[in-house]
Design a protein around this ligand. Structure first.
Ligand SMILES: C[C@@](O)(CCOP(=O)(O)O)CC(=O)O
Ligand code: SF4
Length: 402
């Protein structure tokens, strides 16, 4: 791999042992995928911050990095953790053990010592970060959270591969990543298009199921092109989350949404039938009265909170008292300023910031609990963790509670 003089100096340890080791990892991974050079990144977003995901081994790894003086070279933010840091009791049905609280605090301390900004959300794109860092279409970043990776590439035109696990962390310390995949304009040109003729604009749950269908059948190395009427912000967020969780897609070129020209390289068109989506929606619909109505995986958008308020306002108060919303601290403050938090809390809604039902200990205490959610990704993960879960759009959720 070609290295600049500066990169050679970093590898030689002239900017410290930690940065040398981090760049060594990036170079090795780059060489393994055939990358010929490195590129600078403007931002890193680190997943793998929840103690429930990384455990003691991850805690030791991060603490060790901080001890040897690792520091992020570019603005670096962090994914959700195992509980709401300011209100650990916010999680429903969860009694946090002192061990989890202590270990999670040590993880956060280590990340902060390395210079991370603890925004603790999987939706960095809904925070001040992109504006403050000056992220623009075409910029390269190293993001770890799969839903944010797909959203960055497909909705914002920001270039990132799925830098899962420690890779985003290493790229944040090295200030670089390998030039490959989503960073390469040639790779971003779709060869296969998926066209959905439908009588209606897709809501967020249909968009999530569409993401599952495409992720399951797309085999080409280049991103798919999608020609379908996705309706609104929540649909884009849930579609991005679904293609990243039901498959490993880092990008979908969405007609009318993704910035830039798709490149005119499409060789195959797959026509999809809305009936297939409708049948899958039927399969995933909650066939039970839910104990919890869950919104906010990935963390809720302001559009979802506004829709949730309208839906709950027309429902009985029992629905509100069963509703849990996970949301970034940043968007919570925006909703607070709008009076939305007070109105939703007035209907009994419980807010969980910094965390969610998937990366918190919720699923281990949710045996027999029924969850209805508007998020395909929450369905995907909670069902695999043994939780009874069904999928329905926000407007339908309160009607499931008698
Ligand atoms: C499932 C996920 O959204 C959250 C759990 O990941 P982590 O704890 O940030 O590694 C990660 C992902 O989809 O990249
Ligand atoms: S809310 Fe969903 S997308 Fe966000 S961290 Fe939890 S599982 Fe991942």
């Amino acid at each position: 791999m070609y290295l600049t003089r500066e990169e050679e100096r970093i590898l030689a340890g002239e900017e410290g042992e930690a940065k040398a080791k981090a760049l060594e990892v990036i170079v090795k991974v780059g060489e393994a995928v055939g990358a010929e050079r490195l590129i600078p990144i403007k931002h890193a977003h680190v997943s793998g911050a929840s103690y429930m995901t990384i455990g003691d081994a991850g805690l030791r790894f991060l603490s060790r990095l901080a001890e040897i003086g690792a520091r992020f070279s570019v603005p670096t933010t962090v994914n959700p953790v195992s509980y709401d840091v300011e209100d650990p009791s916010a999680l429903p049905m969860v009694r946090l053990s002192p061990r989890v609280v202590k270990a999670q605090s040590e993880i956060l301390r280590a990340l902060e010592a390395m210079g991370a900004e603890l925004i603790l959300t999987c939706t960095p794109y809904y925070t001040e970060v992109p504006r403050r860092v000056g992220l623009r279409e075409g910029d390269s970043v190293a993001w770890g959270e799969s839903s944010a990776v797909a959203y960055a590439n497909s909705v914002l035109g920001i270039h990132t591969n799925r830098e899962g696990g420690p890779l985003a962390l290493m790229a944040g310390i090295a200030g670089r990543t390998y030039f490959y995949g989503a960073h390469d304009p040639e790779w971003r040109k779709p060869r296969v298009a998926y066209r959905l003729e439908t009588p209606k604009v897709l809501d967020e749950t249909e968009a999530g199921v569409l993401g599952e269908v495409i992720a399951a059948q797309h085999r080409d190395e280049h991103p798919p092109l999608l020609d379908a009427p996705l309706g609104g912000e929540a649909a884009l967020k849930e579609f991005s989350a679904a293609v990243g969780s039901a498959g490993s897609l880092a990008m979908v070129h969405i007609t009318g949404v993704t910035p830039g020209d798709p490149g005119g390289a499409v060789e195959e068109v797959v026509t999809m039938d809305y009936g297939d989506l409708a049948r899958r929606m039927e399969e995933l619909a909650p066939g039970f009265e839910p104990d919890i109505l869950y919104v906010g995986c990935p963390h809720a958008s302001i559009e979802e909170l506004r829709r949730l308020y309208r839906a709950l306002s027309n429902a009985g108060e029992r629905a509100g008292r069963r509703t849990v919303v996970s949301v970034s601290r940043s968007l919570y403050l925006q909703a607070l300023r709008e009076g939305l938090v007070e109105r939703l809390r007035g209907l009994g809604v419980r807010f969980v910031r910094d965390s969610c039902l998937i990366v918190s200990p919720f699923s281990s205490s949710a045996r027999g609990v029924g969850v209805a959610t508007n998020s395909y990704k929450a369905y995907f993960y909670l069902s695999r963790k043994g939780v009874k879960v069904g999928l329905a759009p926000i407007e339908a959720l309160p009607k499931l509670v008698s």
